[in-house]
Design a protein around this ligand. Structure first.
Ligand code: XUL
Length: 550
């Protein structure tokens, strides 16, 4: 009989609850299970795991759906024969920014999970929540609260410098302020605790309120990134008594305590199994990819997302800086670019009817790095980073041109996208050093020619990592690290057995000079586009090439 310790990681994501178990011996995944909210818990009537309200802006999820999903998931895992007694530690992650409001007296109910009971969790916890539906990250109904917060702390830039992000509608401070302004009348009297979705989930395993971890806590517009404590100015601007309602944030590798008796009696967990702080899904994914100092992970999907490992953060008006989930003195940043794969597919299809990726790769091979000075911006949809829309093409003299050959256009698109990723990463503090890597993931990461341009533009070797679920895996890794973190073992050391990324492209020596100067031109041209858009909004029509039909 195998007796090596197991590590369990959960992910409470928007559409499903997932779990992964890794074997401590070699970090192999030995079990995974999931529960789909819409189809397996139809009584909650969610679509994609959420309720979109009549205003089209408010988006919530039923708290008891998450609890019931946990009942269902653990039963599935038990049914599949998982030996819970071997689990030495568990941790988890959840969609970021969502908030759970515990009713006064809920702590006592939670503590009852420390005595044996065999009732389903959702029956035991059914009266614990002041709001039956929790606001989640897709909510964008708090523009007023965002303006109020920025005004109260001295502006968007000041807020970003303190908390790592300017005010965002989905960030928890703004959600809490809205609940206070529009929610139940005696909210402050009746609310005992506010959790993030991550710390709510940890609380169930603990049978007590689990602390918010510093990394997920950075997605609230409330945490001072440098002191790693709540910012008094942000607390005061959001709600009275907020510090009491949030509890103190904890480092991401903290052990919160042992798993409570409920799980010991009902599922056979060991009473020695430890609960390690739960975090946000993006920080957990950084852990799953085992990012290191100086690395950047580029996920090439419908939207392109960048995770940066930062030693020195430089929060800006775009993107988000969080405390790093695996290294207590470091930071991570998150940047989202809306125009990713859909735009690449549109330009691919321009080459030939029904276009192929082979044709796209051939166009990259047929055109030189730097594209003879041509630079393109392809914001088919309103971009997030930077906030601009439209297609703009420039020749080597920075003159705007209306057309390129199909092959030039492919290169202009790919170089433009990657120059933008590098420019905005550097603005947040990305500073590659010897040994730094670009880790490419997502659909487009199988295209070698594309990855060669990525390596050339970043002047850094590119690796690919194909993990089926970096978030859940990161949670299992964090559980393992939590057990040894106190004795000074680094995260990296504790998971050194994990899957190694494959080297797929090294930068061409001549590319450094080409893209070094191109990056400066790209920044200037981007600024010009943004200025034109501002003037356009003020009445002067911008000279924008008409958008192609999607
Ligand atoms: C990050 C964000 C999303 C959610 C999705 O800021 O809002 O990535 O974490 O689960």
């Amino acid at each position: 009989m195998d007796s090596s310790p197991l590590y369990l990681g959960f992910d409470f994501s928007t559409q499903q609850l997932k779990a992964v178990v890794v074997d401590g011996k070699n970090l192999d995944v030995v079990h995974h299970s999931s529960v789909q909210f819409d189809s397996e818990l139809p009584e909650f009537r969610t679509q994609g795991g959420v309720h979109v309200h009549a205003d089209g802006l408010t988006v919530t999820s039923p708290v008891l759906m998450w609890v019931k999903a946990l009942d269902l998931l653990l039963a599935k895992m038990e049914g599949a024969g998982l030996d819970f007694s071997r689990v030495a530690a568990l941790s988890g992650s959840a969609q970021q920014h969502g908030s759970v409001y515990w009713r006064r007296g809920a702590a006592e109910t939670l503590r009852r999970l420390k005595t044996s009971s065999t009732s389903p969790l959702h029956l035991l916890l059914q009266d614990c929540f002041l709001l039956s539906d929790s606001p989640v990250w897709m909510d964008s109904s708090t523009s007023n609260q965002c303006q109020q917060l920025e005004a109260a702390v001295g502006g968007a830039r000041r807020l970003a410098e303190t908390t790592g992000s300017r005010a965002y509608e989905r960030f928890t401070a703004n959600q809490i302020a809205k609940v206070l302004q529009t929610g139940p009348p005696n909210f402050l009297l009746d609310c005992e605790r506010i959790s993030l979705v991550s710390s709510f989930a940890a609380s169930i395993f603990l049978g007590d309120y689990g602390a918010i971890d510093l990394s997920d806590g950075s997605g609230m517009n409330l945490l001072d990134l440098r002191t790693r404590t709540w910012s008094q100015a942000c607390l005061d601007a959001t709600a009275p008594q907020l510090e009491r309602l949030l509890g103190a944030p904890q480092p991401s590798a903290s052990i919160l305590g042992p798993v409570c008796s409920y799980f010991v009696h009902r599922y056979g967990f060991s009473p020695r199994c430890k609960v390690v702080t739960f975090t946000g899904d993006n920080p957990a994914s950084l852990a799953g990819m085992r990012l290191q100092e100086g690395d950047v992970a580029v996920s090439l999907g419908t939207s392109d997302t960048l995770f940066l490992w930062l030693q020195q953060p430089r929060p800006a008006l775009e993107g988000h800086v969080f405390c790093n989930p695996v290294e207590p003195t470091a930071y991570m940043a998150l940047l989202c670019f809306k125009n990713g794969s859909l735009t690449r597919e549109r330009i691919r299809d321009q080459l030939s009817p029904g276009g192929s990726w082979e044709g796209f790769s051939a166009a990259l091979r047929a055109t030189p790095p730097g594209n003879n000075g041509i630079i393109g911006f392809y914001f088919d949809r309103m971009e997030i980073t930077p906030p601009a829309v439209g297609v703009y093409r420039f020749d080597a003299d920075d003159g705007e041109v209306s057309q390129l050959s199909a092959q030039q256009e492919v290169r202009a698109l790919v170089e433009g996208q990657f120059l933008s990723r590098r420019l905005h990463a550097e603005r947040l503090g990305h500073a590659p050093a010897a040994g730094s890597r670009v880790l490419a993931t997502g659909g487009a990461s199988s295209n070698r020619e594309l990855l060669q341009v990525l390596a050339d533009v970043f002047d850094t070797s590119v690796y690919t990592l194909h993990l089926s679920d970096s978030t859940c895996l990161g949670s299992a890794y964090r559980a393992l690290h939590g057990l040894v973190a106190e004795s000074g073992v680094s995260f990296r050391e504790s998971v050194r057995e994990g899957a190694e990324p494959q080297l797929v492209a090294t930068p061409h020596p001549a590319a450094r000079q080409v893209y070094g100067s191109m990056l400066k031109r790209y920044a200037r041209l981007e600024e010009r586009i943004l200025q034109t858009a501002i003037q356009g909004a003020a009445g002067t029509p911008p000279s924008v090439t008409p958008l192609p039909q999607l």
